[in-house]
Ligand binder design. Structure first.
Ligand SMILES: NC(=O)c1ccc[n+]([C@@H]2O[C@H](COP(=O)([O-])OP(=O)(O)OC[C@H]3O[C@@H](n4cnc5c(N)ncnc54)[C@H](OP(=O)(O)O)[C@@H]3O)[C@@H](O)[C@H]2O)c1
Length: 364
């Protein structure tokens, strides 16, 4: 099979770097073009010796990428581009790539929200390409794998959104919980990206934990949109958007994201409230056959996910309060970004979703 040529737009971002690492082992995609403003004109091995030294010594590899690739300002003509830019800059790049006939997986938030007015409310700017919102597929394979397979533009979900949606979707879709939801989430610092800021400065972040975006994190409308869509798809439409309190925290680790979600269990028409065992069965059935979502029988650790595309979910019932508690965790740079992007790319090209994605994490 001829290799599918791909571009990583903004390879100097953390998600771009992670794509390079993951794609180096992919049997069907070959990185033919990489862009970045600050590194344009340099070769990959000059900028990332940690990745490329071994490959260079062995004269390159037959799959993945050539470590001598020159980083450019604009992507070359390729089959597929992964866009790893901040929002707004991403939309401009996506539009020009699509015009050239390139399929795109956008890792930014620009095409995740279906309603341009909601985008404007949360991102404080008019949507740069509203016409594309209708055709963009939300890149959560666990919900939209058929739509993704025929898309030209895939909006890769946010990292917090992926953990929270996967954690709550089975219970919301089955309407076994009320619509008051609390999501208490913690992320490692790479979730904030590679550009240095005061809050990600070592002396500030090390040995510190703090909450942020209490007035509303931008992943909240995405979570709300997708939980409503999941309930509708199961024939259980919500009468109104869920009331979500979503509080993210920065914790002093490099990767990993853990979301603990709470909701009141509600009675069904017969007055029955799900037991812990029934909740677990609901989740196991919902995710049966999913290659990357694993229902586990103990609270998962972020370390379990380090470097892998897995999402571990532990659903349980707090019998004293009648609350559902779901703990969901993943690697923000893999299932929360670049691994999920490759899972989507595999769908776009009719490959098994697991293609090129090792099930193994790094441990300890
Ligand atoms: N980090 C995560 O865990 C994560 C997870 C899911 C989704 N995302 C999303 O994925 C996208 C990339 O995130 P990231 O965290 O990987 O990026 P990042 O590490 O924050 O990328 C930083 C780099 O982006 C470039 N850049 C910044 N502003 C730019 C602009 N206006 N135009 C062009 N280049 C610009 C700069 O590189 P140069 O100076 O070299 O050009 C900068 O060094 C974002 O939209 C983010 O929201 C991130």
């Amino acid at each position: 099979m001829t290799k599918i040529s791909v571009s990583i737009v903004n390879v100097t971002s953390y998600s771009g770097l992670e794509l390079l690492r993951l794609l180096s082992q992919h049997p069907h995609f070959e990185v033919k073009s990489v862009t970045a403003r600050s590194a344009a004109g340099q070769r990959l091995y000059d900028v990332f010796p940690q990745f490329c030294a071994g490959l260079k010594r062995h004269g390159g590899i037959s799959s993945g990428f050539d470590p001598a690739l020159v980083i450019t300002n604009e992507p070359d003509k390729v089959d597929l581009a992964f866009v790893c830019l901040p929002h707004a800059a991403a939309a401009a790049s996506v539009v020009s790539l699509l015009e050239r006939g390139t399929k795109v997986i956008d890792l930014s938030a620009d095409f995740r929200l279906r309603d341009a007015a909601v985008y404007q409310e949360w991102y404080k700017l008019a949507h740069p390409a509203p016409a594309l919102l209708e055709t963009a597929a939300y890149g959560l394979c666990e919900r939209y794998r058929e739509r993704i397979a025929v898309a030209t533009l895939v909006a890769n979900p946010g990292c917090y959104a992926t953990a929270a949606i996967l954690g709550l979707m089975p219970a919301v879709a089955a309407r076994v919980i009320g619509t008051d939801l609390i999501i208490d989430a913690k992320s490692g610092l790479s979730g904030a990206g590679r550009s240095p800021t005061l809050s990600t400065h070592y002396a500030e972040a090390n040995e510190d934990v703090c909450a942020y975006s209490l007035s509303g994190h931008r992943h909240l409308p995405e979570i709300s949109q997708e939980l409503m869509a999941a309930a509708l798809a199961e024939g259980n439409p919500l009468n109104q958007p869920p009331r979500i309190t979503f509080i993210p925290h920065l914790v002093p680790m490099t990767r990993g994201l853990l979301a603990t979600c709470y909701a009141d269990l509600q009675q069904d028409a017969q007055g029955h409230v799900l037991t812990g065992a029934e909740v677990r069965e609901l989740y196991e059935t919902y995710y049966a056959g999913e290659p990357f979502v694993h229902i586990v029988d103990q609270p998962p650790h972020t370390k379990w996910t380090y470097g892998s595309n897995n999402c571990f979910i532990y659903p349980t019932v707090d019998t004293r309060t009648g609350r559902l508690v779901v703990i969901s965790c993943l690697d923000n740079l893999v299932k929360g970004a670049s691994g999920q992007a490759i899972q989507n790319a595999n769908r776009l090209y009719g490959l098994p979703e697991t293609c090129g994605l090792s099930p193994m994490s790094i441990n300890p």
